[in-house]
Design a protein around this ligand. Structure first.
Ligand code: FES
Length: 174
């Protein structure tokens, strides 16, 4: 069985389990599963459910997504071995529900790409306070609660921004 990039194996499993319909949620589920596997290459089915619980899907009802991903769990592999010991007809019956386990690409933790060293350098910088003066606006990045409270005292009307993308519209309207 060829080993491709591990995200390909995750995408294959969600696709073969019919876990993607409109596809809007699929990248989030794939990256959640990829993150889990990078941190734990032998998750339990419960680990997989926990890793996916912050993702929302409007279409699938979640069962096919989890069915596909649970094929990565160590419990699932045990089930497969038990099934292989049963009659061929019973095994085929189960395998054919969504896909044949034997047709899936292998997940190989040694094939994960390395974490980009540039991002590790940025991680160190993110613990440093920052002050950027623009033409019409000044940005502060406090690194402690005390620093934040001090800034709010000095600039009581300042907006507190934590990843909210609509802030650009408020600035245009102001
Ligand atoms: Fe449509 Fe999940 S497949 S939102």
């Amino acid at each position: 069985m060829p080993v491709l990039h591990n995200r390909s194996t995750i995408i294959e499993r969600i696709a073969k389990a019919h876990g993607s319909q409109c596809g809007f949620c699929t990248p989030g589920f794939v990256m959640s599963m990829y993150t889990l596997l990078r941190n734990n290459s032998q998750p339990t089915e419960e680990d997989i459910e926990d890793a996916c619980e912050s993702n929302l899907c409007r279409c699938t009802g979640y069962r096919p997504i989890l069915d596909g991903f649970k094929s990565f769990s160590k419990n699932y592999c045990c089930k497969k071995e038990l099934l292989e010991a049963e009659t061929q007809a019973q095994e085929n019956d189960l395998d054919c529900k969504l896909y044949k386990l034997s047709d899936l690409m292998d997940y190989d933790p040694s094939q994960d790409i390395i974490f980009p060293p540039e991002l590790l350098l940025l991680k160190d910088k993110s613990t440093t306070s920052l002050e950027i003066h623009g033409k019409n606006i000044t940005w502060f990045r406090p690194c402690s609660l005390d620093e934040l409270l001090s800034l709010k005292r000095d600039y009581p009307k300042a907006k507190l921004v934590i990843g909210n993308t609509e802030i650009g519209w408020y600035c245009v309207i102001c």
